[in-house]
Design a protein around this ligand. Sequence first.
Ligand SMILES: [Cu+2]
Ligand SMILES: [Zn+2]
Length: 185
Amino acid sequence: MLLQVIALCVGAQISYADHHHEHPAEATCVMRLHDDGTAIGTVTMIDDGTATFVSIALKSDLLVPGLHGFHIHEDPVDGVDCVSTGSHYNPFDKEHSAPVEYTNRHVGDLGNVIAVGDGVVDNKIVDSMIQLRGPYSIIGRAVVIHAGEDDLGLGGDEESKSTGNAGSRVACCTIEAVQGGTMEA
Ligand SMILES: [Cu+2]
Ligand SMILES: [Zn+2]
């Protein structure tokens, strides 16, 4: 009888863990202007195990209407310095490219978002390479939005294959897990 109870408990724990692993993982990030620290909006992410759904809601006069490079960079933000976030997150040593180039892009390459009049960005991205759990989780890394357009690796110069020539960093934040929404890797 005692053994049966123990077996039941162990079984219950295993199914509990399995069940939880299927829950969506969630993350959030409050974007702040480079060198200034003013909050300009939020980026939220939900990873359902097959893709990550990213919602970007920002507003700043510095986001001129048009395309702005939007990436995951490898390091967290040190203070209000977006340069501290390093290069695009690139764990597989690939070239900079467009989000759709799954076989040869940086994991952090999310392409461009669009700012409309008054510097408003209200965009959604669905991406199957960025993840919020596992060995290549982007939790603790940074979101960066640039002053210019990402040329998606098609610029024809060396820099295009590295940064997309997206220009200076307007704002950034460190990606944090949402408690209750995120399970351990
Ligand atoms: Cu970037
Ligand atoms: Zn890149």
